[in-house]
Design a protein around this ligand. Sequence first.
Ligand SMILES: Cc1cc2nc3c(=O)[nH]c(=O)nc-3n(C[C@H](O)[C@H](O)[C@H](O)COP(=O)(O)OP(=O)(O)OC[C@H]3O[C@@H](n4cnc5c(N)ncnc54)[C@H](O)[C@@H]3O)c2cc1C
Length: 484
Amino acid sequence: MAGGIVHTELVGVLRDVVGPAGWLDPTDAVGMVVDFRGLFSGEPVAIVRPGTVDEVRAVVRACAATGVAIVTQGGNTSLSGGSVPTDDRPSVLLSTSRMNRILSVDPARFTITAEAGCTIEQVQQAAAAVGLQLGMDWGARGTATVGGAVSTNAGGLNVLRYGPARDSVLGLEAVLADGEVFDGLRALRKDSTGYDLKHLFIGGEGSVGVVTRVVLRLHPRQDHHRTMFAALSELEAIHELFAMACARDHAGLTAFELVPEIGVAGTISTFGVTRPLATEAEWYLLARFSGTSPVDTTVEGFLVDAVDAGLVVDAAVAGTAVQEENLWMMRDELPPETLFDAKGAKFDAAVPIDRLAEFQRAAEAMVTEMCGDDGLVYSFGHLGDGNLHLYVVSSLERGSRMDPVLVDEVTAAIDGLIRDMGGTVSAEHGVGQELLDRVGRQKSAVELDLMRRVKAALDPDDLFNPGRGAHCAPVPEVEAAEAT
Ligand SMILES: Cc1cc2nc3c(=O)[nH]c(=O)nc-3n(C[C@H](O)[C@H](O)[C@H](O)COP(=O)(O)OP(=O)(O)OC[C@H]3O[C@@H](n4cnc5c(N)ncnc54)[C@H](O)[C@@H]3O)c2cc1C
């Protein structure tokens, strides 16, 4: 009851802080309390949409005074359940959706300064308007925000060329647990004056502060690019193909993606797009070369070499913007949740880049042995980063659901495979709520302890996103016993 009174008072304070424009009744914002995949949800004490840094500070101070947690939400496209309220503890959902202004674009410095709630697409468009481009890009670009991308250290389609979100951030500003502001909003390329504190917030999944503004690095726009779609002779060709593409023009290779035939067939039947090649293969390569001058010779040379070496059996190069858009649909729409509404075991695995085909084949063998006809491996991903989005589903029938016990068994087995291959269970989707146990088995007790100490130093009362993020992962039993 006391909690109820405290929350009623808090709600009153928060309403005053953010005003009518920043106030949302949870019953009017159902989409904000459930995650993108419909797996996690929670009931917040309140949903606030502060419009300024000062309002964020006031929200943080009011919550800290009452011990009510804060879960920060950007576009709510998290694929690990990190962006929705928790029911484990009373929490306020702080949405950055009103902090969505581009503050400055500076072509001389190759930088853009944006509020955390700007979408990736908004930043891409502002950069394009001055003849520059942002390094970051992925399918959820129209909804995912700068704050979310920074907080998950998002990857995407251009990591090969521009690195993950961490490499795009030059500076950031964040509101801390005591309401103070960390002003790291610098646009410097180099600064060796001690710990680079912005990195605690990058990939921090909202656990150490609310990121409010970010300075992002921009790049010269590459007006010339060619996207190609190639049928592979076999999956095992990919590493040699990658080496061949890098040798031809490493700096110009901006995407190198793996697409399965089952995904192509699903995209064609769902969206009615035209099949890009007459030849059907089990696997395809979707790749792009870009440059400030024409790249046609590069693409042609690469494909001729690839065909001569027997790695590619057929290929098409997009000649128009429409053709290019169609090819990218074969990649953007691939997750089985979106294409088939099929749910099962999900892996955002990264392994050393030369072991990707080996990983896929080993996972297929495991699934055949464990599930027989009740399991199907569906993979696609960022070949050039060694990052495979691998799903195990019972079938690609619309709405299929895999037996939860089998999901757990398959998850444990394939996670073991990832660890044995020196990989990670979360290459770019963060840890959120979903991967806590799984990431705990990947980290040493010492590493987890260091993370906890960082969290305790910055957020001693566990105000921000409690129970989410790698620092909350349980120490595996064997490690815990050895440590005592
Ligand atoms: C169709 C689709 C395709 C995708 N493809 C990719 C891909 O290729 N690569 C990839 O990396 N990801 C991908 N994602 C995942 C997702 O888009 C990214 O994780 C993205 O960075 C999340 O941004 P968001 O604004 O939606 O953040 P949210 O989902 O709202 O939040 C994600 C996490 O960041 C925290 N957070 C958000 N904003 C802030 C802030 N201002 N301050 C502090 N913490 C904050 C949240 O608390 C949460 O822990 C995809 C998602 C979808 C739906």
